[in-house]
Design a protein around this ligand. Structure first.
Ligand SMILES: Nc1ncnc2c1ncn2[C@@H]1O[C@H](COP(=O)(O)OP(=O)(O)OP(=O)(O)O)[C@@H](O)[C@H]1O
Length: 259
């Protein structure tokens, strides 16, 4: 097996006295599509937010692409990372948020060109070309001049995905990308994610409650509860024949909410 592109080495994360992740050990291989499932409050979003450098960790080391994320090496020791190191590491990752988080005062195209111009130093022409290619890929080439509020939720989320891709990250993180959508708009967003998963050009980490979708697209499913991995493996094992009682109870509750 190759070197993992993401590795949580005994990572503990606390909010005050509340231990959200307890000595978490978790690895993702390059180009792997991993889905994280688990009850509300189990620490799923916290894992993604730590990777996006939005939440610092308390103990342990997170490695991304072979380098410590929240630390830097100095004289053979790991010391807290500088802002410069965090910026460099952050550029390896892109995140798609539950609430889209688009810039409301910018057109769709400008939502996609802003960061590549400012952060990556692309010329306007290069950034526009890249944006238009990505909008075409997510089926929104004809919406480039509109503002986010003029689009449906499903369209806005497709812009959110295109915007994350515009930075050419190695790793794409999805935090419940369909949970803010009306049910009839979920399919179009899942279709874009499915397309990306099939290309195998990115490492993808997806937090979702869409169990049938997770079964179709994931290389591995990870069930977490109480900030630790309870069970993980191929989707057919975890989602069809889970071994642990907690996984069975969770899946039953998600798949049969009325029982
Ligand atoms: N900024 C914060 N300050 C204090 N507590 C927080 C903060 N962010 C998250 N938590 C707590 O940490 C725990 C894990 O939160 P997290 O959002 O990672 O859970 P989750 O598994 O993603 O849940 P959900 O499915 O509801 O989004 C929860 O108990 C939450 O209340």
């Amino acid at each position: 097996m190759s070197e993992p592109i993401i590795k949580f080495d005994k990572v503990t994360k606390k909010f005050g006295d509340h231990v959200v992740l307890k000595e978490l050990e978790f690895e993702v291989q390059p180009n792997e599509m991993v889905t994280i499932i688990g009850p509300s409050g189990s620490g799923k979003s916290t894992i993604l937010r730590i990777l996006m450098t939005l939440e610092p960790i308390n103990e342990g080391v997170v490695y991304v692409d072979g380098e410590p994320l929240w630390h830097e090496e100095s004289n053979g020791k790991l010391v807290p990372a500088s802002q410069q190191h965090l910026r460099k590491m952050r550029s390896k990752l892109g995140m798609v948020f539950q609430q889209f988080n688009l810039f409301p005062h910018m057109t769709v195209r400008r939502n996609l060109t802003e960061a590549p111009i400012r952060v990556l130093g692309l010329s306007k022409k290069e950034a526009v070309e890249r944006a238009d290619e990505l909008l075409d890929m997510v089926g929104l080439a004809d919406q480039a001049d509109k503002f986010p509020a003029q689009l449906s939720g499903g369209q806005q989320q497709r812009v959110g995905i295109a915007r994350a891709l515009a930075m050419r990250p190695k790793i794409l993180l999805f935090d419940e990308p369909t949970s803010a959508l009306d049910p009839e708009l979920v399919g179009e967003v899942l279709q874009v994610i499915r397309q990306l998963a099939e290309q195998h050009e990115f490492t993808m980490l997806l937090v979702t409650h869409e169990i049938p979708f997770a079964r179709q697209v994931s290389d591995r499913v990870c069930f977490i509860d109480g900030g630790a991995i309870v069970e993980q493996g191929p989707p057919t094992d975890i989602l069809t024949e889970p071994k642990k009682e907690r996984t069975k109870e969770f899946l039953h509750a998600v798949l049969h909410p009325d029982e």
